[in-house]
Design a protein around this ligand. Structure first.
Ligand code: HEC
Length: 156
C-alpha cells in the first residue's frame, strides 16, 4: 500500500513537472504559427532566396554565448543585410518582434530550437535573458554585423 501510494505520488509529481514545459511548447508553437510561418514556413524550411531556413541553420548558435545573444537579438531588432544560408544568398528584411513580450520571445525561440533544431540545452533561454538583451537595444544593421562575426568564427 505504501509502495502504491509512493508510486502514485511520483507519477503525479512527474506530471506536475512536465506540465510547464508542455504549456511552453504549445505557446511557442502558436506564436510560430501566428508570426513566423508566413515567411519561414512549416517546419522552418524557409523559401530559398526569400526567407532562410531556420532548420539546419540556427541551432549551431545555441551552444555558445555570442550565438545565444545573437538569437535573442534577431528577434528584438530584426535583421537586414546580405546573408548566406546553405549556399543561398538572402538580402531580405527580418522584421523586429520587439512587440512580443519577453516570455513570448523566449517561447517562440524555444519552439524553433527544440522542435526544428533538436537543441536540448535551453535552460539559458529565459524571459530574463530576453529582457537583458532587450535592454541593450541595437539596430537591424548592428545585428547583421554581429551575425557576420559569428559566421566568420564558425565558418558558416
Ligand atoms: C516577413 C517575413 C519574415 C517573418 C514574418 C519572420 N522572418 Fe525571420 N527572417 C526573415 C528574413 C528575410 C531573414 C533574413 C534577413 C536577411 O536577409 O538579412 C530572417 C532571419 C531570421 C533569423 C536569422 C537567421 C540566420 O541565419 O541568422 C531568425 C533566427 C529568424 N528569422 C527567426 C524568425 C522567427 C522566430 C520569426 C517569428 C517570430 C520570424 N523570423 C519571422 C523573414 C521573416
Amino acid at each position: 500500500m505504501m509502495v502504491m501510494r509512493q508510486l502514485f505520488c511520483t507519477a503525479m509529481l512527474c506530471m506536475a513537472l512536465a506540465a510547464p514545459a508542455l504549456a511552453q511548447n504549445k505557446a511557442g508553437e502558436a506564436l510560430y504559427a501566428t508570426h513566423c510561418v508566413v515567411c519561414h514556413q512549416v517546419q522552418a524550411v524557409g523559401v530559398p532566396g526569400i526567407a532562410p531556413a531556420l532548420v539546419g541553420n540556427i541551432g549551431r548558435h545555441a551552444s555558445h554565448e555570442a550565438g545565444r545573444a545573437y538569437l535573442a537579438r534577431v528577434m528584438l531588432t530584426g535583421l537586414v543585410g546580405p546573408i548566406q544560408v546553405d549556399g543561398v544568398r538572402y538580402n531580405g528584411n527580418m522584421p523586429s518582434f520587439a512587440k512580443l513580450n519577453d516570455e513570448e520571445v523566449a517561447h517562440v525561440l524555444t519552439h524553433v530550437l527544440s522542435t526544428y533544431e533538436s537543441v536540448s540545452d535551453l535552460a539559458w533561454l529565459t524571459p530574463a535573458f530576453v529582457a537583458a538583451t532587450r535592454q541593450l537595444g541595437g539596430t537591424p544593421n548592428d545585428t547583421h554585423q554581429k551575425r557576420s562575426r559569428l559566421t566568420s568564427a564558425t565558418g558558416g
